[in-house]
Write a new protein. Structure first.
Ligand code: FPP
Length: 280
């Protein structure tokens, strides 16, 4: 005989550990975010607390990436975007740290493709890739092609990414498209047009943005796309972050009421102003 306990247990996706399963049981699977974006922060502080060089924090951050990606895929989040490397990081950090990050990324891609395939994850990138070292670009292209046939979660890595540069590139792309399509007189710009020229044209806007290490900033990440996203900030430093922390962020997201600039809705879909009018 199937007990209630068996039923609940069978709804927990395969592969979650005990702590993850415990948090997952309190989630509503019908209201998971369609797209989660993460600002991975705190690698340097993690290393400093241990009297280690900053790069040790980045190295430890890879385990956090692995755990977060696998958990997101296991619970069937359709899209996950990780802010791995900003344009500012690229320009303002010492060359030795930048080249370490490039090597780390290359190694991650090589090592992780089999796991991405096992989890049916398709890899994508956003950012000005053409400015990255050529060998890294080649590795990125290889990993994208090796996962291109997967139909599950889309994992997008933001590399050499800046939201303002993305908007500049989108404006240029709209003008190029107009030039090939009858000139400026035929250019009609609305929100859909802008969205279609962003790097993220293949993705829905994120419902939830997570930032680790307690900072309350967007740091030039997906400024257009995050217009209505719920923001979840955790004091956990990125190298300590795991799938269970992601699930806690989703639990917090599910407690929020999303209004997109509209009014409250009661359980029957009525707006609070309609209820107030009836009461009046
Ligand atoms: C921010 O911490 C983190 C980064 C600039 C790099 C993120 C890289 C990884 C997590 C590892 C590699 C990624 C992939 C996808 C393989 P910080 O250095 O700004 O930390 P701090 O604010 O404490 O100094």
């Amino acid at each position: 005989m199937t007990t209630l306990h068996d039923k609940v247990a069978s709804q927990v996706p395969h592969g979650l550990d005990r702590k993850e399963a415990e948090v997952y049981r309190h989630l509503d699977p019908a209201r998971l975010p369609r797209h989660i974006a993460i600002i991975m922060d705190g690698n340097g502080r993690w290393a400093k607390r241990r009297h280690l060089p900053r790069v040790a924090g980045h190295r430890a951050g890879v385990a956090a990436v692995r755990s977060t990606v696998e958990t997101a895929a296991r619970i069937h989040i359709p899209a996950l975007t990780l802010y791995a490397f900003s344009e500012e990081n690229w320009k303002k950090r010492p060359a030795s740290e930048v080249s370490f990050l490039m090597r780390l990324l290359s190694r991650y891609l090589k090592a992780e493709v089999p796991t991405l395939n096992q989890n049916n994850i398709r890899l994508e990138y956003i950012g000005r890739q053409h400015e990255l070292p050529e060998d890294v670009q080649e590795r990125m292209q290889w990993a994208r092609e090796a996962t291109a046939r997967n139909s599950g979660m889309v994992l997008t890595l933001a590399l050499n990414y800046s939201a303002r540069s993305e908007l500049v590139d989108a404006f240029r792309s709209m003008l190029d498209a107009a030039a090939q399509n009858g000139g400026l007189d035929h250019l009609r710009i609305d929100e859909d047009t802008v969205s279609r020229h962003l790097y993220t044209r293949h993705l829905p806007d994120p419902d939830l943005v997570v930032r680790t290490s307690g900072e309350m900033r967007l740091s030039n990440f997906l400024l257009w796309q995050l217009a209505y996203a719920e923001i979840y900030v955790t004091s956990t430093l990125w190298p300590d972050f795991r799938g269970g922390h992601l699930l806690e962020g989703i639990a917090e997201y599910q407690k929020r009421e999303r209004r997109y600039g509209g009014l409250n809705h009661d359980a029957h879909g009525e707006t609070s102003s309609a209820i107030d009018e009836r009461k009046a």
